[in-house]
Design a protein around this ligand. Structure first.
Ligand SMILES: C[S@@+](CC[C@H](N)C(=O)[O-])C[C@H]1O[C@@H](n2cnc3c(N)ncnc32)[C@H](O)[C@@H]1O
Length: 229
């Protein structure tokens, strides 16, 4: 199975011999890839909606993998029992929803070793949440599809100290590993904050002034990181 760059980057971060829960599986491409490549021993593909779960069942049946990939309907990690899996993938959802899914199933989370998270939004908030809830980010990667760049976060349970607020915005591992898409990603972020800055400069309120300072600080920090690469 040929995965898109985003899904392929996520799947290749799964440790060999894992037992995986893919939360919000939809098409089921990741579970099938993980089994076919011999990366996972077993996968439980979960989704909150019947339609997407049926898509996954079709992909699994087409590949004759019904014995190794189980499908379960339910919200977040609710369909998973403690100690059932050692790796959890939550991809293609907002960062706040990912945090909520982890928060509401602590009894399962506490028995999981690896978390591979791919937030579509609120990446900064998710990193802050992970730090505050005793997660340690061990790796991060960027994946590019068309003109979009996606962030993938690998975390385990443990203490993490984030030394500068810019590392919530731009994962420290991306900088440390000089991710191939990092400069392009920084440029996109500078462009985004410059656009917001242009808009707030037209306003005159306490909130707008605060946003203006935030944007200037972010742009300066992003430029500083880029200079050091
Ligand atoms: C955009 S798709 C992402 C599919 C796949 N993970 C990917 O990254 O390509 C989001 C999927 O998450 C499911 N979903 C949304 N909220 C969920 C929740 N709380 N628990 C489980 N699945 C959820 C949706 O039904 C949908 O199939």
């Amino acid at each position: 199975m040929n995965l898109s760059p985003r899904l392929r980057t996520i799947a290749d971060l799964v440790p060999t011999n894992s037992i995986v829960a893919d939360i919000g599986t939809d098409h089921g491409y990741i579970p099938v890839y993980l089994i076919k490549k011999g990366i996972a021993k077993k996968v439980i593909a979960c989704d909150i909606n019947e339609g997407p779960l049926e898509n996954a069942r079709t992909t699994i049946r087409d590949n004759n993998l019904q014995n190794i990939i189980e499908t379960r309907l339910g919200s977040g990690l609710k369909p998973i029992k403690p100690d059932e899996v050692n790796t959890v993938i939550i991809a293609g959802m907002g960062g706040l929803l990912i945090a909520d899914i982890l928060m509401t199933s602590i009894e399962v989370v506490d028995t999981v070793k690896n978390f591979i998270l791919q937030p579509m939004t609120a990446q900064e908030e998710l990193r802050k949440w992970l730090e505050e809830h005793n997660f340690k980010i061990t790796n991060e990667k960027l994946a590019k599809e068309g003109d979009k760049i996606y962030e993938i976060i690998v975390a385990v349970k443990g203490k993490m100290v984030v030394k500068d607020t810019i590392y919530y915005e731009l994962g420290y591992n991306l900088i440390k590993n000089k991710d191939p898409y990092l400069i392009e990603y920084i440029n996109l972020k500078i462009e985004k904050y410059s656009q917001i800055l242009n808009e707030v400069l037209k306003l005159d309120s306490t909130k707008a002034n605060q946003k203006k300072l935030e944007c200037i600080e972010k742009i300066n920090k992003l430029k500083k990181v880029k200079k050091c690469l």
